[in-house]
Structure formats: C-alpha cells, structure tokens
Write a protein that binds this ligand. Structure first.
Ligand SMILES: Cc1cc2nc3c(=O)[nH]c(=O)nc-3n(C[C@H](O)[C@H](O)[C@H](O)COP(=O)(O)O)c2cc1C
Length: 221
C-alpha cells in the first residue's frame, strides 16, 4: 500500500485495496468453483470415450430378440448413438410358439446349457462400448448370451445392458453379466416392459444422456 499525507485519499486507498482483496478472493473462489465443476463435468462432456479403457471408440449394439420388442429397443438406441447393430442368432432358431419356447428356455436355464451361436464378431477390438440387449427370460439373459460372453472376452470395455420384459425388469442379469465379464465396466442398465417399447424413446434418451452420450436428433455414425 502506498503512503499519502491526505487522510481522505488514504482512506479511499484503503477501501480500494480492501475491494481489490475482496475481488481477488471472489475470483479465487470462482476459480475454485469452476475447477471443481470442470472436474465433475469433464467426464460427462467428453462422452463415453472418457470411460473406454480398452478397445476403440466405436459402439456395438448386440441384441437378441425372439418376438421383436428388444429389436425395436435396440433400434431406438442405435438411432441415437450410432455404431454397429448386430443380432445374436443361434445355430438352431428358437420355436415361434410361445409355450414351446417358454418350456425350452426353462430347460436350458435349469441345465445351464450353452446353445450354439451363429453370430461371429471378428472386429471386437474396434469397440470400446458394447450394449447387450435381451428379453428377460426366466429372470436373466437368454442362455445364448452366456455362450457368447464365455466365447468373447469383453475385457475392460464398457458393457451397457438393456432389456425388455413382462414385469421382472433386469432380474439377475446385471449380476450374471458381472460374473461373465469380471473386468468390464458394467454401466447403468435400461429396462422397459415389452408392451411399452414403442413409447420409450424419451426414457431411452434420458438414460443415454445420463451415461454421457451426446444425444441429439441425428444419427452419429
Ligand atoms: C422364454 C421366455 C421367458 C420369459 N421369462 C420372463 C421372465 O422371467 N420375466 C419377465 O418379466 N418376462 C419374461 N418373459 C417375457 C419377455 O421378457 C418379454 O415379452 C420381452 O419383451 C420379449 O422380448 P422380445 O420380443 O425381444 O423377444 C419371457 C418370455 C419368454 C418367451
């Protein structure tokens, strides 16, 4: 602080200096708040690539669907995040008759079967995030996903479950996924009743946004 003989000027200088100090304190606090906000917001703004520890930036949406509900949900997700959409198919297709497939799926689960799969993914390395979509079958994923996830090691990728169901939501699927992909980062899953898929786009968007995907109205390829 400079010295002066004029007392009123002296007090103005003191007030000015106090204001400077207050201002720099405010700036310092603003800086701190901005820094903290940046740390919290950064992973969200930078999107999913910030999370991907293994694989490239591309998204794979792998889904199984028997009667079409999960396929429609997969299409809604694909319309927002782009990437590649692949249907998980079995060598022997499941029967169309509802009661027959219900019985068959129960037997497969009780015997811990591994139905042979026809789908092959040769470019898994390109994907940093793998969406896994399925109908809830007897409380968890249909057994072909058990075959797939034992055959393909997803490593430390992001794994994002989504499911359609008749009331049991995701059931045990998330804990089964954790066992099948122990190193993967299993992100928050999405579930919707099969009968409500067609009206689910808004909820799908909110979920994807929450996960950090830049959700727009346009496809991103
Ligand atoms: C074999 C089989 C087992 C099912 N088990 C369940 C279940 O345990 N809990 C449930 O909420 N819904 C169950 N459902 C209903 C389906 O999850 C639901 O209809 C789903 O939306 C079907 O999807 P999709 O059209 O993609 O095949 C089952 C359906 C089938 C065919």
């Amino acid at each position: 602080m400079s010295k002066t003989r004029n007392p009123s000027l002296q007090s103005r200088i003191i007030v000015a200096n106090q204001e400077d100090m207050l201002q720099s304190r405010r700036n310092f606090l603003k800086g701190m708040a901005f820094g903290a906000a940046a740390i919290i917001v950064a992973p969200v703004l930078s999107g999913m690539s910030a999370y991907a520890a293994e694989g490239g930036d591309k998204v794979l949406i792998l889904y199984f669907s028997h009667s079409g509900n999960t396929r429609r949900l997969a299409e809604q997700i694909h319309g927002r995040v782009g990437g590649d959409m692949v249907e998980l198919k079995t060598v022997t297709p499941y029967p169309q008759d509802y009661d027959t497939v219900v019985d068959m799926a129960r037997k497969e689960q009780r015997s811990n079967a591994r139905p042979q799969i026809a789908t092959e993914i040769s470019n898994l390395d390109e994907y940093g995030t793998v969406f896994i979509g399925f109908p809830n079958w007897w409380g968890t994923m249909p057994m072909p996903f058990f075959t797939f996830l034992e055959k393909y090691n997803l490593g430390e990728r992001n794994v994002v479950p989504f499911c359609t169901h008749g009331g049991s939501r995701l059931g045990r699927s998330e804990s089964d996924l954790k066992k099948l992909c122990p190193q993967a980062r299993i992100l928050k899953g999405f579930e919707v009743r099969g009968s409500q898929v067609s009206g689910a786009q808004k909820e799908v968007d909110a979920w994807l946004k929450d996960l950090g995907f830049p959700v727009g109205n346009t496809r991103r390829f």
